[in-house]
Design a protein around this ligand. Structure first.
Ligand SMILES: *[C@@H]1O[C@H](CO)[C@@H](O)[C@H](O)[C@H]1NC(C)=O
Ligand SMILES: *[C@@H]1O[C@H](CO)[C@@H](O)[C@H](O)[C@H]1NC(C)=O
Ligand SMILES: *[C@@H]1O[C@H](CO)[C@@H](O)[C@H](O)[C@H]1NC(C)=O
Ligand SMILES: *[C@@H]1O[C@H](CO)[C@@H](O)[C@H](O)[C@H]1NC(C)=O
Ligand SMILES: *[C@@H]1O[C@H](CO)[C@@H](O)[C@H](O)[C@H]1NC(C)=O
Ligand SMILES: *[C@@H]1O[C@H](CO)[C@@H](O)[C@H](O)[C@H]1NC(C)=O
Ligand SMILES: *[C@@H]1O[C@H](CO)[C@@H](O)[C@H](O)[C@H]1NC(C)=O
Ligand SMILES: *[C@@H]1O[C@H](CO)[C@@H](O)[C@H](O)[C@H]1NC(C)=O
Ligand SMILES: *[C@@H]1O[C@H](CO)[C@@H](O)[C@H](O)[C@H]1NC(C)=O
Ligand SMILES: *[C@@H]1O[C@H](CO)[C@@H](O)[C@H](O)[C@H]1NC(C)=O
Ligand SMILES: *[C@@H]1O[C@H](CO)[C@@H](O)[C@H](O)[C@H]1NC(C)=O
Length: 866
């Protein structure tokens, strides 16, 4: 959702030209961040090396007089090098005194690996001494140096750590965010600032989440690096280097040897946590808007989707449903609980679902029981004087749960239980958890709770920016990261605010959404012990994929944002949160019929597929225009046919971290032309979507890697030569191709995922130049944790399809009744396990459709064609 008029105006102001605050911010940045080379820092000297079975430790001592670049140089450091696994190397440089803040293990339980001898590692570590810059190290994989700090002094101060590594010229770098940007980061000029911020999606700015992992592609091979640190930071690509500028903590680095993109993500998610299992229904199509006036209006939206024959799986409602925008309440006039209960029952009867929004900010008013109970249990973030920190969010002045406090998760669970007991919704949407506030500092302290006018209120023009105590280095750290606000504390919890573990918000700000995600997930798995939760979170951190899914926040209805959405979905694939999508048709601004039609043609292939718009935007439910409805029906028909394939791909995420939506680059790393391709997307490794991303276009130029690519709709084939092909793309049509050499499981699409699951299985066998193909199918009950499961391996060669059982005992009820043999002709006979059967055969455009099969998918079977 959800930036109201006030922030919406501010977004537009930033867009169209500088306003005074933006100008002030620039001044502040240039005044405070003179990153000059005129101060030379001495670096460190390594000594006292001590071998361990799986690495070594050493001491680092400051090599000269402190440079005090942005704080106090720490004189003695400890270097720990550990070969965690065969393909993961951990390099941790920390202060010997252990005073610097580190992410508690309880917040993110990193996988320790098993520890290997250096000889068994694919990565190698060397360190060096350079007279001008001191200690430096190199991480290599074979002959390739993949991280190289030699020649760049390590700077390690209490509020500033700088680590710089050399990159090749014009390096291919991916990841680092969250920040809307083109997928391949500009190696000459990129600053990714990690400071969670509840702002609209403006190009290249810091937004809701923090993920410091990056991947690099070099000579067809990938490797990755992750800095485990919750502080604000800039990661800078310039001058053939990558430079981390971090506001505290330690230099806690992990390196991943790859060598494929999927390997890097596998190694990263093994460390920070694998993506959570999701219910099958989450893969259906979702509708939302901010600004539904009543439960009756939402009822009518649900009915209109059905009348328009567009599959609606989940009906969402934004903050509109709440009583005066207070959490866990229902507007007694427009969204009365009894009517919400009826809507939920209606949806459930029809196999549909409901998801509602919740914010972490709690109205500060002792007659609001949610607040009163939390206050009694002492669960809210504090000012330095021990009073509650009071910001301002939708309901007025608000307090913020402190996820570090002992009783917060039990209080949160208690509130959620009361809410779910009244209305047992299917999933949760947790928003505004950066945490967003509409003012700066504890603006409600000392004010009467009633002095904020009731929602919707206006606050425009904005008051002049406050004057802060610039010698308080928690408020104004000596190095100013490129946060796009005047202060770090703007529009969020003040950096000096205190958490129950003693940490200031300064150190843990970026963890807020992650910790709320985990607490919410914990509640749901306790409340419904064997049901997989579905939670959508706006703010995330490394490892959040283990608890939540994500949407890319408040984008705009522009053609550029349509394009960028693909890159953002790829980014979250790297971040280990594969269930991700952007607001289809755009959130802010008024979409157009053409843009919305083109957007659903992309959005139908986002792993998480939801249309959503802002309060002031014209309505954009898919049925509003006939072309959009038709584009939606067609594209969603492809998605729903592919549900078994999406689900199998998602299970690959759960087991190996592999993203569902992938750039061509991940599958074809040796084709230079795909290094910056974020205009096409692969679903899994087999389905290529080549959408139109430009206004007025009725054709699209798309790259086809060498091999055969079969048109989804008419089976015509493109012989790819690693070059561009121009495809016809009328408004209601999105180009989808099946990759030769792959087998894709499908089911007949229906209006809900539950009904789609009831259909017979059909396999698309798309042969390569050698007449061969392979694929897999994963099936389970789609709901529970302790479900039986089944992995099936599919192989086609020599005109025979072999169905092999790899693992699991889940009983598949539906038979395989149809095969589409793409690129296979000249068939007149079908033999199953040696016995001829009377299947129907039909030749279409160089392919053969085989129907009237009745194959049990729970057993091994050989189907031969001649
Ligand atoms: C090595 O350890 C000794 C004893 O702990 C200490 O005095 C010395 O400064 C250390 N040397 C270096 C280079 O860290
Ligand atoms: C590798 O391990 C051996 C044995 O522990 C040790 O002697 C050697 O210095 C190590 N080499 C590196 C580069 O860590
Ligand atoms: C890149 O090099 C130029 C010229 O030496 C320098 O002015 C600039 O600050 C450098 N940029 C970064 C990010 O280090
Ligand atoms: C927190 O909960 C514990 C028991 O779970 C209780 O003993 C303690 O008093 C509570 N703390 C506060 C501040 O309410
Ligand atoms: C708190 O809420 C109550 C009930 O809605 C309201 O009457 C009262 O004015 C509020 N208190 C303050 C201080 O705003
Ligand atoms: C400003 O901050 C410094 C450092 O925290 C503190 O010592 C000083 O008292 C503050 N000044 C005021 C006016 O609050
Ligand atoms: C969107 O359209 C509405 C009318 O439907 C109009 O009031 C509003 O100003 C438009 N918004 C923008 C950003 O153009
Ligand atoms: C066969 O493919 C061509 C395009 O190559 C297409 O025009 C035609 O409609 C297709 N035929 C069928 C039956 O789908
Ligand atoms: C393919 O087309 C894209 C977009 O028009 C262009 O940027 C790219 O250079 C082309 N690639 C090749 C290999 O021709
Ligand atoms: C196939 O059809 C023929 C003619 O209808 C019938 O005689 C034969 O038994 C059928 N074979 C099988 C395996 O069903
Ligand atoms: C095919 O043969 C295998 C044994 O090779 C058997 O387990 C399986 O049940 C048979 N499948 C069918 C569909 O008869």
């Amino acid at each position: 959702m959800v930036m109201r008029t006030l922030l919406c105006l501010c977004a537009i102001a930033l867009w169209t030209g500088p306003r005074s605050a933006a100008a002030t911010r620039q001044a502040v940045l240039s005044a405070q961040a003179p990153h000059t080379q005129s101060v030379t820092c001495p670096g460190y000297v390594a000594g006292n090396v001590s071998q361990t079975g799986d690495g070594f430790t050493a001491e680092l001592t400051l090599a000269g007089p402190p440079c005090a670049l942005y704080g106090r140089d720490i004189k003695r450091l400890e270097l720990g090098v550990r070969f965690d696994t065969k393909n993961r190397l951990h390099v941790h440089i920390k202060d010997s005194d252990g005073q610097q803040f580190q992410i508690p293990h309880g917040v993110i339980a990193l996988d320790p690996g098993y520890g290997v001898r250096n000889a068994s590692s694919s990565l190698w570590f060397d360190y060096f001494h350079d007279d001008s810059s001191g200690f430096g190290f190199r991480v290599s994989r074979g002959d390739q140096v993949i991280f190289d700090t030699v020649g760049h002094p390590l700077i390690f101060e209490d509020q500033y750590i700088e680590v710089t590594s050399n990159l090749p010229a014009n390096a291919n770098i991916y990841g680092m965010g969250e920040s809307p940007d083109f997928f391949r980061r500009n190696p000459a000029n990129t600053i990714k600032t990690l400071w969670n911020r509840g702002s609209p999606d403006l190009l290249q700015q810091n937004v809701y989440g923090s993920h410091s992992i990056y991947m690099e592609l070099r000579d067809g091979l990938f490797h990755g690096a992750y800095l485990h640190n919750s502080h604000g930071m800039d990661i800078v690509l310039a001058n053939s280097t990558i430079q981390y500028r971090v506001l505290g903590g330690t230099a806690d680095l992990y390196f991943f040897g790859g060598p494929s993109a999927l390997d890097v993500i596998d190694q990263y998610t093994e460390l920070v946590g694998r993506p959570s299992r999701i219910p099958y229904w989450a893969l259906g199509f979702h509708n939302c808007r901010y600004g539904y006036k009543s439960v009756y209006e939402v009822n009518s939206v649900i009915a209109k989707y059905s009348e328009a024959n567009i599959p609606l799986e989940v009906a969402w409602t934004d903050i509109d449903y709440m009583d005066r925008t207070r959490d866990f309440t229902f507007d007694p006039v427009n969204f009365p609980l009894a009517e919400m209960q009826k809507q939920l029952a209606y949806l459930h009867e029809r196999g549909q679902k409901m998801v509602l929004i919740t914010d972490p900010a709690i109205l500060y008013n002792s007659s609001y029981e949610v607040y009163a109970r939390g206050h009694a249990k002492d669960v809210f973030i504090k000012n330095t004087d021990g009073s509650e920190f009071i910001g301002q969010v939708w309901p007025g002045y608000t307090v913020f749960p402190d996820w570090f406090a002992h009783n917060t998760s039990s209080w949160w669970s208690g509130e959620l239980k009361r809410y779910f007991d009244q209305l047992p919704i299917d999933g949760m949407w947790i928003d505004m958890n950066e945490a967003a506030s509409f003012c700066t500092g504890s603006c409600g302290t000392g004010k009467s709770a009633g002095s904020v006018p009731p929602y919707p209120w206006t606050l425009d023009p904005q008051p002049p920016h406050r004057i802060i105590n610039s010698s308080d280095t928690l408020l104004v750290p000596p190095y100013a990261i490129h946060n796009r606000e005047v202060e770090l504390s703007d529009l969020t919890i003040e950096t000096t605010a205190k958490h129950a573990n003693g940490a200031s918000e300064y150190h843990v700000h970026n963890l807020y959404g992650h910790m709320e995600s985990r607490a919410t997930h914990d509640f749901l798995v306790n409340y419904r012990p064997n049901q997989r939760p579905f939670i959508l979170s706006r703010s995330t951190f490394a490892g959040s994929g283990a608890y939540v899914s994500h949407w890319t926040g408040d984008n705009s209805a522009t053609w550029q944002d349509l394009h960028i959405s693909i890159a953002s979905v790829f980014d979250f694939g790297i971040f280990g949160i594969p269930m991700v999508g952007a607001d289809i048709c755009g959130f802010f601004g008024n979409t157009t019929e053409e843009l919305c039609a083109r957007w659903i043609e992309v959005g139908a292939f986002y792993p998480f597929s939801r249309v959503h718009s802002a309060l002031a935007s014209t309505p954009q439910e898919l049925y509003r225009w006939e072309t959009v409805a038709e584009a939606g029906r067609r594209a969603l028909r492809v998605r729903y046919a592919l549900l078994p394939y999406f689900y199998t791909s998602y299970q690959r995420s759960v087991e190996n971290g592999w993203p569902v939506a992938r750039p061509l680059l991940f599958e074809f790393p040796r084709i230079p032309a795909v290094a910056d391709n974020d205009r096409q997307l692969l679903v899994g490794d087999s389905i290529l979507v080549s959408p139109v991303l430009a206004e007025g276009a009725t054709s699209v130029v798309a790259l086809f890697p060498a091999g055969l690519w079969y048109d989804w709709y008419d089976y015509s084939v493109i012989k790819g030569v690693n070059g561009n092909v121009t495809l016809s793309a009328p408004l209601e049509h999105v180009n989808v191709h099946v990759r030769g050499g792959k087998i894709v499981p499908t089911q007949e699409p229906a209006m809900t995922t539950a009904d789609s699951r009831k259909g017979d299985f059909e396999f698309i066998v798309a042969v390569d130049e050698h007449g061969a193909a392979a694929g897999e199918l994963y099936v389970d009950d789609g709901e529970t944790f302790d479900t039986a499961s089944r992995w099936i391996q599919l192989g086609y060669a020599g005109k025979a399809l072999r169905i092999r059982q790899r693992s699991g005992k889940f009983k598949i009820i539906q038979p395989l009744s149809k095969l589409v043999l793409l690129g296979v002709t000249g068939i007149s006979k079908v033999v199953v396990n040696g016995s001829g059967i009377n299947a129907s055969l039909k030749a279409v455009n160089g392919s053969t459709i085989v129907t009237d099969l009745d194959i049990d998918l729970n057993v091994e079977t050989l189907i031969a064609f001649s």
